[in-house]
Ligand binder design. Structure first.
Ligand code: IPE
Ligand code: IPE
Ligand code: MG
Length: 247
């Protein structure tokens, strides 16, 4: 059965965000280094992207490295940065073939130069693609992003380009890293953890949450479909009552 035929085609979200968690535990369970889990996680990213293209999502945001992840042991941080460089180099041809455009959110300037350069290369060569947009959250945290947006707005007020009265939710939204990206309708977190870990705090205000016990390196296309099926069984009320939604 195709992935799409399992879903209601009139209710496919535009944007799914994923907290890819459980790489370390997956590796440890089999007596391997945590880094092995991160390496295997790349296969799951591949599966999630392929499924997203087949299903017809417009945006997928993957939490790949949080602001707080800088506090991990130096060797693990280095291995993750190295893996990122390798994975981008390896996957760029696939992104091109699948019409996927890469973009990033987060404090990219804080990444090592080699990582930044590889990312920029991939962003440049995929910039004309108009299928799925892959948003990689790197050195990202929701609080960092909100503070960053506030500084940009304050600067404009200081320079007299903006009046305080003009600050509203729309303006604030466009000052975030995710301006031009719709809010995710669905957030998925793997590995049985039930928290946001500082991810997309503003954008997830009205998203549906789906928690899976699957460790990220085991995540496959059907797991994404299962999350979407669950999403499609929900009623999104946005503060209204059921009768208003179904009239
Ligand atoms: C997610 O897996 C990947 C990153 C945070 C970079 P973890 O590395 O957090 O794996 P666990 O949660 O320790 O198992
Ligand atoms: C969140 O996972 C960050 C990413 C998946 C990149 P963590 O594993 O770092 O989150 P905590 O520390 O368990 O909350
Ligand atoms: Mg974790």
């Amino acid at each position: 059965m195709s992935l799409k035929s399992q879903l209601n085609e009139s209710n496919i979200p535009r944007h799914v965000a994923i907290i890819m968690d459980g790489n370390g535990r997956w590796a440890k369970k089999q007596g391997n280094d945590r880094s092995f889990g991160h390496e295997q996680g790349v296969e799951s990213v591949r599966a999630a992207l392929e499924a997203s293209v087949e299903i017809g999502l417009e945006f997928i945001t993957l939490y790949a490295f949080s602001t707080e992840n800088w506090n991990r042991p130096k060797e693990e941080v280095q291995a993750l940065m190295q893996l990122l460089v390798q994975a981008i180099a390896m996957e760029t041809p696939t992104l091109l073939k699948q019409n996927i455009r890469l973009t990033t959110i987060g404090d990219v300037a804080s990444l090592p130069e080699e990582t930044r350069d590889k990312l920029q290369e991939c962003i440049d060569v995929t910039s004309q693609n108009d299928g799925l947009t892959l948003v990689l959250a790197l050195s990202y945290s929701g609080r960092w992003e909100i503070v960053d947006a506030t500084k940009k707005i304050a600067e404009q007020v200081k320079e007299g380009k903006l009046q305080i009265e003009d600050i509203d939710e729309d303006l604030f939204g466009t000052s975030l890293n995710t301006s031009n990206i719709p809010d995710p309708e669905l957030l998925i977190r793997t590995s049985g953890e039930y928290r946001l870990s500082n991810f997309l705090l503003w954008q997830l205000a009205y998203s549906e949450f789906y928690f899976s016990e699957v460790l990220w390196p085991d995540f496959r296309k059907q797991d994404l479909v299962d999350a979407l099926k669950d999403y499609q069984s929900r009623e999104r009320r946005f503060g209204k009552i059921s009768e208003q939604i179904n009239k």
